[in-house]
Design a protein around this ligand. Structure first.
Ligand code: HEC
Length: 367
């Protein structure tokens, strides 16, 4: 009898021990942790409490707004929650919870916060893979990009472009690209032939996306108009319509793969042959420290083949590295070299892009 009684007591103590050791019972679910740590500012409904009820006037994000919440990936939100607002150049009013919660607990909170956006048509920011220099990505973007390409041989030449991309609806985007350039005529004559190239407009729509599977697939069409001077080598002289498919796959760790296939249909195939295009990008993202600056080395393999008899496939490789320039990480620089692997009189080019994700803040915000 006594032994049974003792065993019972010991079992009760053993079962109660974790709770006794921890003091008041601490929540273990994402929702419970959110209620303890976040709700007094972010609200039980995730929309942010009325500023009149708190002692600060910093506007609170609305986690129920899918147009905002869907595009921010968990790692960025965990960084802000762990280190406090300033780690991404946000306000100090957003406290650092690194001392109170583990990264695992913060992940549970993120899973809870994700439930506030109830419209799953919006592709998640995790699928917004780094932008390669040449290959169009699948994710619909709000961004402005400046690109430059400089011929390293075959006589100097510079082509710049301004690209503006704007999302509409949960899964669509339109884009306009305005190229302009100059060419070195000769050593004596210096630079000339300054002017616009072929202006392009495009639309893109996401057909499939899954943050669990880590992939996204979009289709689109680009129309290149003959606005550039053909004589001066800045234009095709014909309209080119390019239907395309773009695919992105997040890989284990922070790796990624992107693929693109398109057909460039020319309105005058005698002047410019139709062309089939296939491109692939593989890369990885490295973070300085646990929550710091992101570096993404990647390499593109580009192929193009004119759709005419006995045409050869032209191959290029583009090793490159992208780095976040500012603390908010919404202004990014990418530098690379496009190396032709075959074909005559094709110059190696130095390529550069500066990308500004304008939805995340002004160009001069967040440095
Ligand atoms: C004292 C009030 C307060 C508390 C408590 C608080 N936050 Fe915040 N949080 C803010 C403010 C204010 C901002 C907006 C900062 C800005 O925009 O500069 C913010 C911003 C954020 C953002 C950034 C959203 C973006 O713009 O990308 C995330 C994510 C976030 N909070 C998560 C949390 C989590 C998770 C918790 C609980 C663990 C929490 N917050 C607790 C005040 C708070």
């Amino acid at each position: 009898m006594r032994i049974v009684y003792r065993l019972g007591l010991i079992t009760t103590l053993l079962l109660a021990w974790p709770a006794l050791a921890q003091g008041p019972v601490f929540p273990t679910t994402g929702q419970g942790l959110y209620e303890v740590g976040c709700a007094k500012c972010h609200g039980d409904d995730g929309a942010g409490v009325d500023l009149a009820t708190v002692g600060f006037d910093e506007p609170l994000p609305d986690f129920t707004d899918c147009a905002f919440a869907s595009r921010e990936p968990d790692p960025d939100w965990i960084a802000v929650s762990h280190e406090g607002g300033p780690v991404r150049a946000f306000s100090r009013t957003m406290p650092a919870f690194g001392g109170a919660f583990t990264v695992e607990q913060l992940q549970l909170i993120m899973d809870h916060i994700r439930g506030y956006c109830t419209d799953d048509r919006w592709p998640r920011g995790e699928l917004n893979l780094p932008r390669a220099l040449v290959t169009e990505k699948a994710f619909p973007e709000d961004e402005a990009v400046y690109t430059a390409s400089v011929n390293a041989n075959n006589g100097g030449g510079v082509v710049n472009a301004i690209i503006y991309e704007k999302r509409f609806g949960p899964r669509s985007m339109w884009e306009v690209e305005i190229p302009f350039g100059a060419r070195e005529l000769s050593a004596e004559n210096g630079w000339g032939n300054v002017g616009f190239g072929d202006i392009a407009v495009a639309i893109k729509h996401t057909m499939h996306h899954s943050v669990e599977a880590g992939n996204i697939l979009s289709v689109g069409t680009e129309v290149k108009l003959p606005t550039g001077s053909e004589e001066q080598g800045r234009g095709n002289g014909v309209t080119v319509v390019e239907p395309f498919v773009a695919f992105g796959q997040a890989l284990p760790g922070d790796g990624f793969l992107q693929a693109f296939a398109g057909v460039e249909l020319s309105t005058d195939s005698d002047k410019r042959a139709h062309q089939a295009i296939a491109r692939i990008v593989v890369g990885d993202t490295w973070t300085q420290g646990e929550f710091g600056r992101a570096w993404s080395p990647m390499v593109e393999v580009l192929s193009a083949v004119p759709l005419e008899d006995s045409a050869e496939v032209l191959w290029d490789v583009v090793p490159q590295i992208q780095v976040a320039l500012n603390t908010r990480q919404h202004v990014l620089l990418n530098l690379g070299v496009r190396v032709p692997l075959n074909g005559e009189r094709r110059s190696t080019q130095i390529l550069m892009s500066v990308l500004w994700d304008w939805f995340d803040g002004g160009l001069f915000d967040g440095w």
